[in-house]
Unconditional design. Structure first.
Length: 462
């Protein structure tokens, strides 16, 4: 047994590496830790200390030696050849210098004292396990609208649900696909195969949880680890985004304006493939993100830059978090990893609060040419265009149309049947894009109600 003690002062580095020696012949390694939690003055942070593990291959960026991360979710863990605590990667326990990585999330003014205990179990290693991953295809309906939740947490990070429980909830929510996105670890990837099926496509990823914001690596190759140990000022995010895309995934900044410590997005959107505008139940920070995203749409029209699609996910961790609130509904050629990611990347999607809500948006000219969500209607600037937004499953909700010039139409409340539509006529000279919102009734004043659904834009003009 080895005991490691130390004290971290306020202003400690983001990550502190505590080395220990692993002797030969170790079959299993167990780590436990604790730290003090002194009383602090009002407004001052208390102590919070995350933990992870790197093996004898080192702690270099890129994670060759990465063996797991549990953040602050666990006080002990183990690794061995054939098994590991959720969040950690099974594999041989080889002789050499290993490191516990500590992440002082917050440090009290008095400092943070910690104690780590490492216990070795000797013997012949168990048989190495060969990971099995979920298939990249499910039984789809051809080109159709598919519902998914791309930001979910299991007990492989700080969630409290097993993959089996999450998959059952996803099916109950009417989802066609989900994405595994545990914090700072890919350890869950090999535990989803038994939960996939013809009716549920399971994508693999990670929520890369930095001190300057979180990004969902969406739909990466099985077994892809994305290192989280960087800040915006390091200038490394371009390399991180490139790694995600080379692994076949999308770069999706998550909850950019969430009020939690370290959640505010500071890396910019130049490398983003989409942005999570709606995270969990609709809250004021989602409203702020929606306004920011709309402003970026206006700028992209003015500057001729590529547009940034919006999406939404539940970020569900545990009860009572609702899987599929909200869900991204994607027009894809089939229910495959490649087709779903392409639909999200192209902006052929809308976000809805549940399986009960369906929303559509089309732009049509008299000749019959038309375009839908994420598409462009190539027309001359003065050609009349009819915009139609239609909803089902949204009783007493209101349809709103928004262009680069702002809010242009607020419809009447839908009937109690929940079905209805709103139409508006314009030209490309007056609207570079049109997007639609579906809002619940609001009890006071001119503020819009909580969101029931919103679309990516349809674009007008050549």
């Amino acid at each position: 047994m080895t005991t490691l003690r130390g004290t971290l002062a306020p202003g400690a580095p983001d990550y502190v590496y505590v080395r220990f020696d692993v002797p030969p012949g170790v079959r299993e390694l167990r780590v436990s830790y604790g730290y003090d939690r002194p009383s602090v003055p009002p407004g001052a942070p208390g102590n919070a200390l995350d933990i992870g593990l790197f093996d004898e291959r080192g702690t270099q960026r890129g994670g060759e030696g990465f063996r797991g991360w549990s953040g602050g979710a666990r006080t002990e863990f183990f690794v061995r050849a054939d098994d590991a605590t959720p969040g950690y990667v099974p594999g041989p326990v080889r002789e050499g210098i290993w490191h516990v990585v500590l992440g002082p999330y917050t440090v009290a003014p008095q400092g943070l004292s910690y104690e780590i205990t490492v216990v070795f179990e000797y013997g012949a290693p168990g048989p190495a396990i060969r990971p099995v991953y979920p298939p990249s295809r499910a039984a789809g309906r051809g080109r159709a609208w598919y519902r998914g939740d791309c930001h979910l947490h299991s007990w492989y990070s700080d969630g409290r649900r097993t993959p089996a429980e999450i998959a059952a909830l996803a099916r109950a929510a009417g989802l066609d696909f989900i994405n595994s996105s545990d914090h700072n670890t890919h350890a869950a990837h090999a535990h989803w195969a038994t939960e996939a099926g013809d009716d549920l496509l399971i994508l693999l990823g990670e929520e890369v949880t930095t001190r300057n914001g979180h990004v969902v690596a969406l739909g990466t190759d099985p077994g892809t680890f994305v290192d989280w140990r960087h800040r915006a000022r390091d200038g490394r995010f371009e390399h991180v985004a490139d790694l995600i895309r080379r692994a076949g995934g999308l770069v999706v900044p998550a909850h950019p304006h969430a009020p939690c410590i370290g959640c505010a997005w500071k890396f910019g959107y130049g490398e983003a493939d989409a942005v999570e505008v709606w995270n969990g139940p609709w809250t004021p920070d989602d409203e702020v993100t929606l306004a920011e995203w709309d402003g970026r749409l206006v700028a992209s029209m003015r500057e001729g830059r590529g547009r940034l699609p919006a999406m939404g996910s539940s970020d569900a961790h545990r009860d009572p978090d609702v899987v599929g609130l909200p869900q991204t509904v994607v027009l894809a050629d089939d229910l495959t990893r490649e087709a779903i990611l392409e639909g999200i990347r192209a902006g052929r999607s809308y976000v809805a609060e549940s399986k009960d809500v369906s929303f559509s948006l089309t732009a049509t000219v008299a000749s019959g040419e038309h375009a839908g969500i994420g598409e462009r209607l190539a027309v001359d600037a003065d050609v009349p265009v009819t915009i139609r937004a239609a909803a089902t499953g949204a009783p007493r909700c209101t349809i709103r149309l928004v262009t680069d010039e702002g809010l242009v139409l607020t419809g009447d409340a839908l009937p109690v049947t929940g079905s209805g539509a709103a139409e508006w006529r314009t030209t490309a000279a007056h609207a570079a894009y049109v997007r639609a919102e579906l809002r619940h009734e609001t009890a006071a004043g001119p503020l819009p109600g909580a969101m029931a659904a919103f679309t990516n834009p349809v674009f007008l003009g050549r």
